[in-house]
Design a protein around this ligand. Structure first.
Ligand code: AMP
Ligand code: MG
Length: 692
């Protein structure tokens, strides 16, 4: 399906001329990305639509223009009126019969009354302003038999819409809106290049008219303070614009047969998706030059490359609001403030007896009040000089600020005795001593783990704003690669990088998307990148500048590619670029190099894209168990592990030795400069446990 460039959403009205001051129940139209427009009359709205649709088409922009009233009636109704099942015959009929004066006066009730004469029995149209008007139009629905066509369309049932095409009065007055809307649509559809979804001919149309229903995103609309109708069109346009072509296409094409006559509500089956998108905040796109390196440098030091990534990337994932229980593993998009202190009230940390004030050394006797305070209780005040039995977690009753452990007390039914001294406040927890109401409980950028879920719950935070998971596509390239489980021809090797990278991205906390394997063929690679629905893509192989290095060639052709020659071992050039706005990390093909480059470069960059912020690698100094001397000019990463308190390194530094990756439990990082390492010298060890 050809993607849409412009999204327009209109909230139609059957009412008379609306007041000059923008108000609800008038016509509101939103173009995605702009403030909604207010129209006082249908004529004004229609002429704006005519001009705007023409201008968009002239500018070569494909437009989806959506309207909030049914484009058809329940199957069988059109035939009753026009003798044909063609929905456009009915559109023509309405255009020929509806009158609409500039002040908004119109004949819709008379038309409904007339249509009722075409079917036996009362109805199907019903609802009017006054009981005594239009005798052929019932005031209420009772007694109407909607045979032979039924009251609702298939899509109304799927969308769980309560409104009916036949209801002329009392909200929702959909019946009137259709009659006052279809004549306008019928004129709009006659312009060249205009198609009506899902009726014949929409697929190749430059301008597509479609039906939507704001009820699908009602939860999102309710949360906004603006004029309801304006918010409906603004948020619907935003939600529709956020859908990728892969998300939108099935909503437009996988429809039941009934839709050919009855029409369909766009997104009827995607209520949750549209609501989430209406609520979410889409981030700005990455800049085209985000991977540009400063000119003149031949080999870029690792730290400089990292600084560059850190400076130019920013979060690319949408944000949405989720209940805390569903937010595990998500990244917080805004600071979560405590809605309640923890603990909410002062309470006792132990089982014992509570009273007011400390006591000096010596023997003390206190009478007991008959009540008891357990966790969750709210007993009355305790008089001065009295004590109360308290159990761990109980809120301190008024008159109690100190608790003595039950083990330190001799108790009868009516009094206690104990030895001082005891400090005032002993064995109690202050209200808010952990977190105070209004404090930031969990900071933006935190990935929500078990501890954060406990903290948010304890502080009364029920919903959090989080980033959508970062979708990381993983793609292997190379003619030599065979799929696991098949017979590899001589000369072929099994694709080892893809399973490795899919697992790594998942361990980083992202959503891995398997983009499969492509041969060394530029068109195949282009097609795969084009159809990838991801926030970032990791490719391996083909990243250098040789004949078969199609990843770098293709990114270079797209104009947003840079070959980063990083002064490190293992690792050949890293091809970094944007493909249709999506960042692509072209990793080396050698599994060891792909692995190390992913940990050193992709891990922090992906975290930044995901909204988590930059992640530094955590390492520490540990004595070496090996000797090595290295030349200056590049940083080296060795496969390593700790045994007997020393870092040992894998016997071979060969970049194809995958066994060494499995042998290793971390990396030893040797500095950019020259170094001579003897056993016992400190080296920097970076454990895998801190990376994935
Ligand atoms: P390239 O970067 O495409 O020149 O590949 C460098 C080396 O890595 C070659 O020996 C490739 O065969 C190997 N290689 C590339 N991709 C993979 C992969 N997905 N799995 C295992 N080895 C690979
Ligand atoms: Mg290759």
């Amino acid at each position: 399906m050809k993607p849409f460039d412009t999204i327009i959403v209109a909230d139609w009205s059957a009412a008379k001329r609306a007041p000059a001051k923008p108000s609800k129940d008038a016509i509101w139209i939103a173009i995605h990305g702009q403030d909604p427009l207010y129209f006082r009359t249908r004529q004004d709205a229609e002429s704006w639509l005519t001009d705007t649709l023409r201008a968009e088409a002239a500018a070569g922009r494909r437009t989806l223009a959506c309207f909030d009233f049914p484009f058809g009636y329940p199957a069988g109704f059109a035939r009753q009126v026009t003798g044909s099942d063609d929905p456009f015959a009915l559109w023509d009929w309405f255009e020929a019969h509806i009158t609409d004066a500039p002040d908004g006066t119109n004949n819709r009730y008379a038309i409904a009354e007339h249509l009722n004469t075409l079917t036996p029995g009362p109805g199907p149209f019903w609802g009017k302003l006054k009981r005594e008007d239009h005798p052929g139009l019932p005031y209420r629905k009772e007694g109407i038999d909607f045979a032979p066509h039924g009251e609702l369309r298939t899509c109304d049932t799927v969308a769980r819409a309560a409104s009916s095409c036949f209801q002329m009065n009392f909200p929702p007055t959909v019946g009137g809106q259709i009659m006052m809307g279809l004549p306008t649509l019928n004129r709009l559809r006659r312009a060249p290049g205009v198609g009506v979804w899902p009726f014949d001919g929409w697929e190749n149309a430059d301008t597509v008219l479609a039906e939507i229903w704001p009820g699908l995103i009602e939860p999102a609309v309710k949360e906004t303070p603006g004029i309801r109708d304006a918010e409906q069109v603004r948020l619907l346009a935003k939600a529709l614009a956020s859908l990728s072509p892969q998300e939108l296409a099935p909503l437009m094409t996988d429809l039941p047969d009934a839709a050919r006559e009855e029409a369909w509500i766009l997104g009827a089956e995607a209520r949750d998706l549209l609501t989430a998108r209406a609520r979410s905040l889409a981030p700005p796109p990455l800049k085209n030059d985000c991977f540009a390196l400063p000119p003149g440098i031949h080999w870029t030091p690792v730290d400089e490359a990292l600084d560059r990534l850190r400076a130019t990337l920013h979060p690319v994932t949408r944000t949405e609001t989720l209940p805390v229980l569903q937010a595990a593993g998500r990244i917080l998009a805004a600071d979560a403030a405590a809605r309640r202190s923890n603990p909410p009230l002062p309470n006792t940390a132990v089982d014992g007896y509570g009273f007011a004030g400390g006591r000096p050394a010596g023997v003390h006797c206190l009478p007991l009040v008959p009540e008891r305070a357990a966790a969750g209780d709210a007993p009355g005040a305790v008089p001065d000089g009295h004590a109360i039995r308290v159990l761990t977690g109980a809120a301190l009753p008024d008159g109690v600020d100190t608790v003595i452990l039950q083990e330190d007390v001799t108790a009868s039914a009516t009094e206690i005795a104990f030895n001082g001294p005891i400090k005032p406040g002993a064995n109690t927890r202050r209200a808010g001593e952990d977190v105070t109401h209004g404090d930031v409980a969990v900071q933006k950028g935190t990935r929500l783990g078990p501890a954060e879920l406990a903290l948010l719950s304890a502080t009364g935070v029920a919903e959090v704003q989080v980033h959508a998971p970062l979708r990381v596509g993983i793609l292997s390239t190379g003619d030599e690669l065979a799929e696991l489980g098949t017979d590899a021809r001589p000369g072929q090797i099994f694709d080892a990088n893809r399973p490795m990278l899919i697992s790594l991205a998942g361990r980083f906390g992202h959503e891995s998307v398997d983009l499969g394997r492509v041969p060394d063929n530029r068109e195949a690679l282009r097609a795969t990148l084009d159809s990838a629905d991801c926030d970032a893509i990791l490719t391996s192989g083909g990243a250098s500048a040789g004949d078969e290095d199609h990843v770098s060639a293709l990114l270079a052709e797209a104009g947003a590619m840079n070959l980063w020659r990083i002064a490190m071992k293992p690792g050949r050039p890293l091809a970094l670029g944007l493909w249709n706005g999506t960042p692509v990390f072209g990793l080396p093909g050698n599994p060891v190099a792909a692995f190390v480059c992913t940990l050193i470069f992709a891990r922090p960059a992906l975290a930044l894209l995901a909204g988590q912020g930059w992640l530094d690698t955590t390492g520490f100094a540990i004595p070496a168990a090996f000797s090595k001397s290295k030349k200056p000019g590049r940083r080296e990463y060795l496969r390593a592990r700790i045994r007997d308190g020393r870092a040992e390194v894998f016997a071979s530094e060969g970049s194809g030795r995958i066994s060494g990756l499995s042998w290793a439990e971390g990396l030893v990082e040797l500095p950019d400069g020259a170094a001579t390492i003897s056993p016992g010298d400190p080296v920097r060890y970076i454990p895998f446990a801190g990376l994935f």
